[in-house]
Write a protein of this length. Sequence first.
Length: 365
Amino acid sequence: MDTLVQSVSSYSGAGILDLSGAIGPAGSSDTFAMYLFTNGAEKLFGGPEGLDAAMGLYQRSYDTILGLNITDIANTQNPPEVKDEFEDISDEPEIADAEEFYSDIEKAASFSFAEEKAKEAEFADMYAPSAANLYAISETEKENLSHDDYIARCHSNLNIFEGDTSSLRVPVGAGELPLLMEEILRVVSEGGSLEDALLGQIDKYGQNAVSDKTDLFWIDPESGEVLGAYKYERTTADGEWKTLFDDDSAVMTAADDLESFIRYAVFAISGDDPERVREFLEHLKNKQAYADYSRFILDRKPQEDINKIIELIKSNLAAAGIINGTLSGGGDERNGDKLTPEKELIELLENIGDSEKNSELDGED
């Protein structure tokens, strides 16, 4: 820019000229050029006529406000190559918010993540892996799967689940699984069936709930088996699509937790230890506080929407009584005591045991 300033200031007595060159002779070949000259260039070449004679330029205009030097133009570097890698990250969620979310949960719960992980080992023999695992993508497949192949595989699974007429398609929102667990226990303890509880959950969202709003589970109401699971579909950047594998794992874990809960809450047998069952079901509920919610809170939605989802998860966990220091949910009042879901379960197991004993006595008679 020093050359530019000198060119204009050195010849301030004359007007600044704009001499534009178009197609014209230059040596033995036709060329195209356009130059913006200062009054300094005019004096250097002896005026516009001299420039025409020297360089074969014939297009010119006057009274320009531009003052660029011919040397500046000749030495100008080419602009950098534009790459088509534009990515709008204005709506990308902030990782700090996710970290803060889990920190808030741990502060509000009366049990730690480490405690619940330890209980997973303690209750390992009670877990009932769901049939949904039959459709999981193996680790070997993940290494070689392309994005298109992955999407095709997911849609294929979805078509299989949707075609199963023996199951109910049950939507479960962000952080809502422990509430569904409590509702199943409540309905069954009051003489209802698993199907009654599941239909109530379906009615909350309607028959046409979609996976961009909730997780989806296909449950056989007769056996309690979770036959299929499909995660809430979040949006990711192209280079991040493999994080969807983590979402698959998260919803598969939820399917196992749900089937395990149904096994002991709905299909209890007399040989089950009521106290251990109570502790196991409490663990299945409590562990949802530390479930992987990345598919909900790291979606590429506007941050305002992500904040609403975070508050919804916290609200659902609080309503289930697993944060803010309360482990039991709501219930009815009987004889002045609050009937928690755990107490309902114990009564249910005891009733089942008494019923089987009475049947055995009737058989002996």
